[in-house]
Design a protein around this ligand. Sequence first.
Ligand SMILES: Cc1cc2nc3c(=O)[nH]c(=O)nc-3n(C[C@H](O)[C@H](O)[C@H](O)COP(=O)(O)OP(=O)(O)OC[C@H]3O[C@@H](n4cnc5c(N)ncnc54)[C@H](O)[C@@H]3O)c2cc1C
Length: 400
Amino acid sequence: MRSIAIVGASLAGTRAAETLRRDGFDGAITIIGDEPHQPYDRPPLSKQVLAGEWQPDRILLSDGAALGDLDVGWRLGHRAVGLDVATRTVTLDSGSPVTADGILIATGARCRELPTGGLDGIHTLRGLDDCLAIRAELEATPRRVVVVGAGFIGAEVAATARGRGLEVTVVEALPVPLGRVLGPEIGTVCAEVHRDHGVDLRLGVGVDGFEGHGRVERVNLGDGTSVDADVVVVGIGVIPNTGWLEGSGLELNDGVVCDETCLAAPGIAAAGDVARWPNRLFGETMRVEHWDNAIEQGQQAVRRLLTADGKAQPYAPVPWFWSDQYDRKIQLAGRVRPDDEVRIVTGSTTERRFAALYGRAGRLVGVLGFNRPRHVMKYRQLVARGAGFEEALAVAAREG
Ligand SMILES: Cc1cc2nc3c(=O)[nH]c(=O)nc-3n(C[C@H](O)[C@H](O)[C@H](O)COP(=O)(O)OP(=O)(O)OC[C@H]3O[C@@H](n4cnc5c(N)ncnc54)[C@H](O)[C@@H]3O)c2cc1C
């Protein structure tokens, strides 16, 4: 293989290009990205950059010299609009084609939106430009912030806005934040953490619509009440960016469907938030929206392009992510469901510092830590080797 085109100037795509060069690949690499920016890291967008503590240059994935050393043909500010699978040709919005021996799809995901009625002041947060627009609004006073959705992004935006001394209301349709991911018990702890910090939580109620004159002034809720708002941030999940692949013949199903080695078709692989693949460690087909996975899968998928069929290893990681909210670092390793058995094995929920193990069908499937990073890493290894739940609980009883 003499040339590889990476679609998405993303975390997965950039780390994949670095991997290729580190591994000694000396063919042509092209990276196509629809954002005008050099590749950057997204986690600080809801944390340090939004808080005003970091400027955008601090989140670049590589400095200029390192990017130059990669010897990549950058096509930034160009959107891919089509893919010919047989010839491995990507068509750009300018009409020009990019043909390569191998293609890595790393186009990530975009935010779900709510109808805004054309009002200003209602945002979603995915990219740097979104972050800077929200930050500029948070810096104007007085500011009442309403966050719609108490998932990880919404929760982080709420925490950051509270850190800036703003009045924050969070509206969440579920009875507890993150209940669908972490289960009701841990979701309740998340709710308490926000209340501890003065967030007005409106749980179990959806948003009916927004009102205002040119700019949002009020958020109307499904129970007939309303919340005054100067700025609204909607964090209700993401949709994988696969629209440009429709009609290509690749299988699309809430992501680009790959085999267990991250291959979507001969010479075409996918990685990061956009990829769906069967993870044999969990016996489950998954799409993972975590920073750590984008890096690891980017590396695996691009190496897959250079590996002969039959010699490729399955990609079977233990997904892992973190979220920073106030002075808590929440980490989750594994694949948990709301109806899993949850056992707090160290610390306590009242002190908001604990580790919890998740078990299903006799197996340890995940570990969650609130300011317990060492425990998360320890039990993550047990998840990786398929340890039983009782075995993990015995380790906890012995070692804490
Ligand atoms: C605000 C925020 C905070 C986060 N915090 C955390 C955290 O604390 N912990 C954690 O584990 N994860 C976090 N994440 C998730 C993590 O950042 C993502 O999982 C990761 O960025 C995914 O990387 P990716 O390479 O798959 O795609 P992305 O980072 O989404 O990049 C995809 C790129 O492809 C571009 N693109 C899309 N379509 C096209 C097209 N047709 N043509 C060309 N280019 C295209 C996009 O514009 C984008 O630049 C956070 C995400 C956000 C948005």
